[in-house]
Design a protein around this ligand. Structure first.
Ligand SMILES: Nc1nc2c(c(=O)[nH]1)N[C@H]1C(S)=C(S)[C@@H](COP(=O)(O)O)O[C@H]1N2
Ligand SMILES: [Mo]
Length: 345
């Protein structure tokens, strides 16, 4: 089924398996009481082990622990773990609760690992260290930079962001990373560069979804240079106070919270500066439904469903969607002279 994962997902669908959603329900309160963003990964892990004990859940064994933190609870130590947790930038505030980590890390769109939401286990096959990122195109000097070098060149900060999928579900998440503008500065683009084009890795041996040849792999996304310079555009290297779990698009992905989620490309391996507008993965598949701009707007329906409301993950609450996903103050100016452009699809 085609359409940023929309076709097989109904508005009210919460696809987490039963045992997992029950567990998530059970651990919901302690999850927030821990305040993970300010705990080290080890503390978080120990706290959780303690929790499991205290709550008499130890008997549920490995499966339960994995459900508590899909993909990392028993994973190898990350070579960049020492950088976390980063200081929270308090200027990014939310109007609703954070989505529990257990929920966000077991409900993902990552077509490289399957066209459904339960890809977290499959995504663990991705080898994210070492990880090279190519920077090329209209730059002073094309380069290849190792992720572990890059992430130590720019100070990390934590931001609480909203995320609105084009499928009409939404989440909130504490991302850690650095402004995209810092990476642009490092890349030194020429004045002729008008767009930044991002590409995800290509490795069908590991990412079984990439064996499906009717998709135009690798995943591609793009923004204008002006959008890349907006402070909200964020390169994400971590979430919930530790390095990114693979299902979130480790080791580095984008977050563009005023745009539909498909613009926030994961597991980036190439960044190109260009004077031609990139054609993104979903635009390439269904140009009538997924445009270049894809700014959130409740008044512009997707051709197959309304965008007026969204379903908040975990609580299931339906709330009104906001123009630019609530970030209009920061981004509306980017578009003030673009009346003819389809800014909202
Ligand atoms: N490479 C790649 N990036 C991607 C996707 C994808 O399938 N592949 N899905 C997009 C979509 S549709 C959404 S909603 C978000 C989901 O991010 P999350 O799984 O961290 O919530 O990632 C976006 N980035
Ligand atoms: Mo999405």
């Amino acid at each position: 089924m085609i359409g940023a994962g929309a076709g097989n997902t109904t508005f009210a669908d919460i696809s987490a398996p039963m045992e997992e959603s029950q567990l998530v329900h059970i651990i919901r309160k302690p999850d927030w009481a821990i305040s993970e963003a300010h705990a080290t990964p080890e503390e978080t892990f120990l706290n959780r082990r303690q929790l499991i004990k205290n709550w008499g859940m130890a008997g549920l064994g490995l499966a339960a622990a994995a459900a508590i933190r899909p993909g990392r609870a028993f994973g190898a130590e990350d070579p960049t773990a020492d950088l976390y947790p980063a200081m929270r930038n308090e200027s990014f505030v939310l109007d609703r609760a954070l989505t529990p980590e257990t929920v966000n890390s077991s409900y993902n769109n990552f077509y490289e690992f399957g066209s459904h939401k339960q890809i977290w286990k499959a995504a663990q096959a991705l080898k994210t260290s070492p990880w090279d990122i190519e920077i090329d195109g209209l730059v002073e000097q094309p380069m290849t930079i190792g992720f572990e070098d890059l992430v130590r060149k720019i100070p990390l900060e934590e931001r609480l962001y909203r995320h609105r999928c084009v499928e009409a579900w939404s989440m909130t998440i504490p991302w850690t990373g650095f402004p995209l503008s810092e990476l642009v500065a490092l890349a030194k683009p020429l004045s002729s560069a008008k767009y930044v084009r991002f590409e995800t890795f290509l490795n069908p041996d590991v990412a079984t979804g990439q064996r499906q040849s009717w998709y135009p792999w690798p995943y591609v996304e793009g923004v204008t240079i002006e959008e890349a310079g907006n402070d909200l555009a964020f390169m994400v290297t971590g979430a919930y106070g530790h390095p990114l779990d693979k299902q979130f698009g480790a080791p580095i992905r984008l977050a563009l919270p005023w745009k539909y989620g498909f613009k926030s490309i994961k597991s980036i391996s190439r960044i190109s500066f260009t004077d031609t507008r990139p054609v993104s993965f979903w635009e390439n598949i269904l140009q009538k439904e997924y445009g270049f701009w894809a700014n959130v707007n409740p008044a512009v329906p997707h051709p197959r469903w309304s965008q007026a409301e969204e379903r908040i993950l975990h609580t299931g609450d339906k709330v009104e969607t906001l123009i630019y996903n609530g970030y209009g103050d920061q981004v509306a100016d980017l578009y003030k002279n673009m009346k003819g452009e389809p800014l909202f699809m």
